[in-house]
Design a binder for this molecule. Structure first.
Ligand SMILES: [Zn+2]
Length: 143
């Protein structure tokens, strides 16, 4: 029997690969672009449907909210430490503009965090990251 090649977690997570096989892409385009975020319906490698049930990604909004709060608090502390300013407009302008710039990042990684760590029953399956997984699967179904 051939030895299974394990695909490491962090490169797969950072590059938005499928949480089950760590091979197929989750998004059809780049994080920053003029066409917004286009999430694929299924993994091209293992055929996993990303939206497990209708409305599943509403949960990702809560994760995105938590990420936003963490980013804003970090920015407020950083502005206070770096400038020592008491002017609220300095905080408002910097925090809102950076939050706006980070919104595609939050959208994408809130869904990735949801699928990688917060979805029960969905975990990495090394046998599915094999090069010929779908071929292998259909061979089993035929025999
Ligand atoms: Zn997959």
């Amino acid at each position: 029997m051939e030895k299974l090649k394990k695909w490491p977690l962090w490169p797969a997570l950072v590059n938005a690969k499928c949480p089950r096989c760590r091979r197929g892409d989750m998004f059809a385009n780049q994080m920053y672009g003029f066409h917004g975020q286009v999430m694929l319906k299924k993994c091209s490698h293992c055929d996993l449907t990303y939206e497990i049930e209708p409305g599943y990604f509403y949960v990702a909004m809560l994760i995105s909210y938590a990420m936003n709060v963490a980013e804003m608090v970090t920015l407020a502390v950083a502005i206070s430490v770096l400038t020592g300013s008491q002017n609220p407009w300095l905080y408002v302008i910097i925090i809102l503009s950076i939050a706006l710039m980070l919104s595609p990042f939050n959208f994408r990684y809130s869904r990735i965090i949801l699928l990688y760590w917060l979805t029960p029953g969905l975990s990495y399956r090394p046998e599915m990251s094999a090069d010929n997984w779908l071929q292998h699967d259909s061979n089993i179904a035929r025999s």
